[in-house]
Design a protein around this ligand. Sequence first.
Ligand code: NAI
Length: 319
Amino acid sequence: MSKELRFDGKVVVVTGAGNGLGRSHALEFARRGAKVVVNDLGGSHTGEGASQTAAQKVVDEIKAAGGEAVANYDSVENGENIVETAIDTFGRIDVLINNAGILRDVSFAKMTEQDWDLVYRVHVKGAFKCTHAAWPHMRDQKFGRIIMTASAAGIYGNFGQANYAMAKLGLAGFANTLAIEGRKNNVIVNTIAPVAGSRMTETVMPQNLLDALKPEYVTALVVELCHESHEDTGGLYEVGGGYYGKLRWERTKGKLFRLGRPVKAEDVHEAWGEISKFDESATHPPHIAGSLQPIMDNVEAGPSKGGNQYIDVDQALGY
Ligand code: NAI
C-alpha cells in the first residue's frame, strides 16, 4: 500500500456536498486533513426549493469526527460567494470539486426551454462561476486541482437526457481547455463520469444496485486526482462500483483527397467504408495540432497535378 494521500493545510471546496457523491468527497477530504467548504443549496433533485439542512448536516458530521469545515448555502450560479467563503474562512482555495447537479429528465419533444436552461445553469454556468472565481487564486499560488463531474449520459447519450447530456459533455470540453491553460501554473483539471447510488439515481436503479454502487468508490479517484502528487491533466475517467478507467477519442484512419479538384458527395459516398471503419489503423489524436496534422499536410502537398487524387493518410499522420 502506498503512502496515505494527505491534504493537511489544503482548502477544498465541494459543491453540492450535502448529499450523495459530494457528501462522500467532503467527508473524505476532511478525514485526510483538508479544511472543507461544504456547499449545498439544499433543493430537490429537480432543482426546486432550498434549505440549509443538507450542507449543515455534513459540516456537523465532519466536525464530530474532529475535522474542519464550513457550510455555504449559495447556488453554484453564485460561485463567487462560495469561493469567498473559502477565502474568508480559511484564507485560500486549493481544490475545487464541481459536483452540484440536478436532473430534468424528459423526452426531447416534451422538454421545455426551462428544463434546458435550468440544467445548463446549474451544471455548466455553475461550474463556470465557481471555477472562474477560484482560478486567479490557484494561478497566483501556482497550485490548484479542479474536478468537473460529467456523466456517461453526455459521453454516450441517454434517452430523456438531452439537456443533461449537453451539459455534461460541455463540462468535459470546458475541462480540456482549462487543462491546457492551467498546466504551466500547476493547475490540474480532470473530469469524471461517475455512477453511484444517490437520490439522483434512486428512481431509476434497483435497491441492490444502489447499495452496491457506493459513492466512496468514486471519491477514491477524486482524492487521487486532486492530490499534489498527481500531475496528469485533461483526463476523462469513468468510475463507479469498483471500476476505474480512462477514456480518449479515437478517429478512423479516414480518407484524404488531394486538394485542387472538387470533392463530390459521390466521392465521399464511395469512400464511406474508409471514412467510417474503425480498425487497427485508427488513431488517437492527442491534441488539436495532432488532429489538424493530416489536413495541414494535405494543404502543404498542394493541388493534385492530375496524378494521384489521394494522399497517403499514414504519411500525413505524423504524430
Ligand atoms: P445528489 O442529488 O445526491 O447530490 C447533488 C447535490 O447537489 C444535492 O445535495 C443538491 O442539493 C446539490 N445542488 C443541486 N443544485 C445545486 C445548486 N444550484 N447549487 C448548489 N448545490 C446544488 O446527486 P449525486 O448523484 O450525488 O450527483 C452528484 C453529481 O454527480 C452531479 O453533478 C450528477 O449529475 C453527477 N452524476 C451522478 C451520477 C450517479 O450515478 N449518481 C451519474 C453521473 C453523474
